[in-house]
Design a protein around this ligand. Structure first.
Ligand code: BV8
Ligand code: ZN
Length: 229
């Protein structure tokens, strides 16, 4: 079994989604903040947005959806979790080997990818007064360890996710199903014979393609299913 999650899975934890009526994109324009061009033109402003998001996320706790999915890793022989979310709540709920399709706000990396800059940086690196924090190796700017619009998904992430889509049951939960290539995993899973299930509080572009579309909050639906197991 494989689950692909989106911001809706973290919504009831208080993490703002992107496209809901009160979501991030209502206040901020993605093109102005979640692109390499935005970072090139105004790295300090992009950093301020990510530090603001980190603060909001740090105040949130994983909800039942995160906890159930963490438990299913132990309960099912083969269970893979692919998330579009960058908030780290799956890991905080105990999920391991999470395939983080769009990276993590808790990771930063050297914007120049200088040869010896490790992927993950300790948080204290970010207490610099100046933004963007300078890379301790090359002095260039550090950037949030997320995948921005217009950036390619790391090859290893694509490989792991495609392998995870080759499963018997593929659940897609809490995503508006608008961002590629992440949402392409649903069609990939179907093409490999998976029984596909969507859990969302609204219809999405994949609702007509999946075998079963369940309308309801992920934290409730996954909780109900878990109670029956
Ligand atoms: C790329 C990290 C090659 C940063 C994000 C076709 C093929 C390939 C690419 C494209 C293509 N068409 C267009 C593209 C370009 C683009 C794209 O997909 N654009 C979209 C907007 C059309 N894709 C890319 O650029 C990707 N790179 O393909 O490289 C390339 C390059 C250039 C040109 C062509 C190809 C990289 C995309 C990565 C972007 N980075 N995040 C950050 O977070 O700051 S994406 C961003 O949106 C979030 O990370 C999030 O993961 C993602 C999707 O959002 P959702 O998670 O779905 O959240 P949303 O708010 O939208 O929806 C919430 C849902 O939850 C709603 O449906 C709601 O009803 C539901 N919900 C609410 N509460 C609940 C609930 N459901 C259940 N229970 C609840 N309680
Ligand atoms: Zn560097």
């Amino acid at each position: 079994m494989t689950a692909l999650t989106g911001a809706g899975v973290s919504a009831s934890s208080g993490v703002p989604t992107f496209r809901d009526p009160d979501g991030l994109w209502k206040t901020f324009r993605p093109a102005e903040l979640a692109t390499p061009e935005a970072f090139r033109d105004n790295p300090g402003r992009v950093w301020e947005w990510y530090l603001w998001r980190r603060g909001k996320i740090a105040a949130c706790t994983p909800n039942r959806a995160h906890r159930v999915l963490a438990r299913w890793r132990e309960r099912f022989g083969r269970f893979e979790l692919v998330t579009q979310n960058v908030d780290g709540l799956h890991e905080r709920a105990g999920s391991t080997d999470v395939i983080r399709f769009h990276g993590s706000v808790w990771e930063v990396r050297c914007a120049a990818r200088c040869a010896d800059s490790p992927e993950g940086w300790p948080d204290e690196m970010l207490q610099y007064a100046e933004l963007p924090p300078p890379c301790p190796y090359c002095g260039g700017p550090l950037r949030p360890g997320v995948v921005w619009f217009g950036e390619v998904i790391p090859a290893d992430t694509l490989r792991r996710s495609s392998e995870a889509a080759d499963c018997e049951v593929f659940i897609v939960a809490g995503t508006s199903a608008l961002v590629y290539p992440a949402i392409g995993l649903v069609a990939a899973a179907r093409s490999m014979g998976a029984f596909t299930i969507e859990i969302n509080v609204e219809r999405t572009p994949v609702s007509g393609d999946v075998d079963l579309s369940i309308s309801g909050p992920a934290e409730e639906i996954l909780g109900l299913v878990d109670d029956q197991l």
